[in-house]
Design a protein around this ligand. Structure first.
Ligand SMILES: [Zn+2]
Length: 317
């Protein structure tokens, strides 16, 4: 009896500890929730009565949610009622539908691009990726090693319009692949726990740098940031140096996601500086494979900076 209980306990533990990473060959791209969404949407869009709408959204979308969507529902406290309000903007949903379907057709390209990271780093970790239609809380988010992407965030095109949903914060479909690569690289970083701005910049910038090594491209959403950074590198570095040892949350708003104060400080330069530190370390290393492993595992960020020999670009010899 005791043994039986122990086995049941063990099985429960295994099923609840769903933090198993995948390999480049067996991770899944799961579009079930996107498919469920459109089936549900076609039923809801012509119905006026609120209680009927909520019931359909519940049974046709929430009750049959995948593991990934369930995690997002819990994380963002999503409810069918919230969806019902958003779905009244049929102008918006009709206009993005084609682009969501387009993304779904690109799975071969997505898979092969993501898998390439294991060529750079054979110990690379991957996760299943769940695509959902969310309520605009994240571009993508990783919950217990499960990646969840709000697919509707990557649908901006000339034909995207909204009645009351704002299309300003949406990104185009080309932005999705770089985001997936960046997020998958984060999964392999063993030094993600960081306290300082320097740590933040290195963790984020390294993900961008490895993406660059993998694809020869920097994130399209940060192209202007990188252009600005390269033009003003030394000045940006000087400013960064005075903040870099500070507690990350106390200065984060000056270096990441600082779109609202862009007149004062150019947005997202933390990514740029971190990228340049990692690039400098990599270029100064003879053994490139070891350099990648070091950047993904070393928890002493000041050591990374020192060994990188980064001094703010070419102006300083
Ligand atoms: Zn990131």
């Amino acid at each position: 009896m005791k043994k039986g209980l122990f086995i049941i306990f063990l099985l429960l533990c295994i099923s609840s500890c769903d933090n198993n990473y995948k390999t480049g060959d067996n991770f899944q791209l799961v579009f079930t929730d996107v498919d469920n969404f459109w089936k549900m949407y076609d039923k809801v869009k012509t119905i006026e009565k609120e209680d009927e709408r909520v019931k359909i959204i519940k049974t046709e979308y929430f009750d049959i949610a995948t593991l990934g969507f369930k995690k997002l529902i819990k994380l963002d406290k999503l409810t069918p009622k919230y969806y019902s309000n958003y779905l009244r903007d049929t102008l918006f949903y009709n206009s993005i539908r084609r682009n969501v379907i387009y993304l779904k057709k690109d799975t071969v390209l997505v898979r092969s691009n993501l898998k390439k990271f294991s060529e750079l780093y054979p110990k690379a970790k991957f996760s299943d990726i769940y695509f959902v239609i969310g309520l605009f809380n994240h571009g993508g988010v990783v919950v217990n090693n499960t990646m969840i992407i709000e697919n509707q965030m990557y649908t901006k095109s000339k034909e995207t319009i909204g009645d009351f949903i704002s299309v300003n914060n949406l990104m185009d479909k080309q932005s999705l692949l770089p985001l997936l690569i960046h997020e998958q690289i984060h999964l392999s970083q063993e030094n993600k726990n960081r306290n300082t701005l320097l740590g933040d910049a290195i963790v984020e910038g390294c993900a961008d740098f490895f993406m660059y090594l993998q694809t020869n491209k920097r994130p399209s959403t940060l192209q202007k940031t990188y252009n600005f950074g390269l033009k003003n590198e030394f000045e940006v570095w000087e400013k960064f140096k005075s903040d870099m040892k500070k507690e990350r949350n106390s200065v984060k708003n000056l270096w990441f996601y600082n779109y609202s104060i862009k007149e004062v400080v150019y947005p997202d330069l933390g990514y740029f500086i971190g990228h340049q530190i990692c690039k400098s370390y990599y270029e100064n290393s003879i053994n490139k494979k070891k350099a990648i492993e070091f950047l993904l595992t070393e928890k002493d960020f000041e050591k990374i900076l020192k060994l990188s020999k980064y001094r703010g670009g070419n102006k300083i010899k």
